[in-house]
Design a protein around this ligand. Structure first.
Ligand code: CIR
Length: 253
């Protein structure tokens, strides 16, 4: 079960966030409304929520998931792969010190975005991607090992982050899209396949028995609800425009 959630209010500069989506720029006011709805959904999950102030020097800082990994035993400040996001690590570091006695770091030449890290119990799958390099993944595995946890590397082919196409919903249930559906390391799980035309819905989160899912993906929603989860839909259309989604917008621990 998660006790804490950290989010960050989007800043006006979020409309200039890194993007490959080709869907145009986000509408900031709409993004603010959607962020409020996201927080309202989290408020139903029995967690305490920390809302950090907007950080206008960092357009992508609303995606608070990437500069930190929060495990049950330690926090890890990452070294984000995109140059424009690198200093988000310094922004989040003092916040994590409020919650953790043990704070570790990914250091140069390692790079790692925690959107590339998926927790399954005490094991962490780490995507080697355009943002997370092998050195960053190796450093994280060494840190996890120090605290009795394990990690393994998954090589990404097309998506931005590991959790762009994968979400672990606990109880052995793994939501998977595209390249992840057939990867051998995930065949041990009950794979819930996300259809190609709904692939954005693979980026969702399990929070204490509920699943928060982007709105507008009915087939995926019904599959998840069919497994007995209480599903909450939130519209994240403005975040999709800057390649982000439901999981990217919070730290959960
Ligand atoms: C970026 O390219 O870094 C942001 N525009 C989107 C980050 C999405 N984060 C995530 O998937 N964890």
């Amino acid at each position: 079960m998660f006790k804490h959630i950290i989010t960050r209010t989007p800043c006006p500069a979020m409309i200039e966030g890194l993007s490959e989506a080709g869907l145009g720029k986000p509408d900031y006011d709409k993004a603010m409304d959607q962020h409020n709805d996201y927080i309202r959904a989290l408020q139903t999950c029995g967690v305490d929520i920390t809302i950090l102030p907007p950080a206008n020097d960092y357009p992508d800082s609303v995606f608070v998931e990437d500069p930190a990994l929060c495990t049950p035993h330690c926090a890890v400040i990452t070294r984000p792969g995109a140059e424009s996001r690198r200093n988000e690590a310094e922004l989040i570091a003092p916040v994590l010190q409020r919650f953790y006695n043990r704070v570790e770091r990914i250091v140069e030449p390692g790079t790692l975005d925690a959107g590339d890290v998926m927790m399954v119990g005490s094991h962490y799958y780490i995507g080697k991607s355009a943002r997370t390099n092998e050195e960053g993944a190796r450093q994280l595995i060494a840190i996890l090992d120090k605290y009795g946890m394990t990690g393994s590397i998954v090589v990404l082919e097309t998506v931005l982050h590991l959790k762009t196409g994968l979400a672990y919903l606990e109880n052995g249930n793994l939501l998977a899209a595209g390249e992840f559906v057939t990867k051998p390391e995930f065949q041990q799980y009950n794979i819930i396949e996300v259809p190609v035309d709904e692939s954005y819905a693979a980026n969702c989160i399990w929070v204490n028995g509920k699943v928060i899912l982007p709105a507008g993906y009915p087939s995926t929603r019904d599959k998840i609800a069919g497994l007995g989860y209480d599903v909450i839909e939130v519209d994240t259309s403005e975040y999709l425009k800057v390649d982000g989604g439901v999981s990217c917008m919070s730290l959960r621990f």
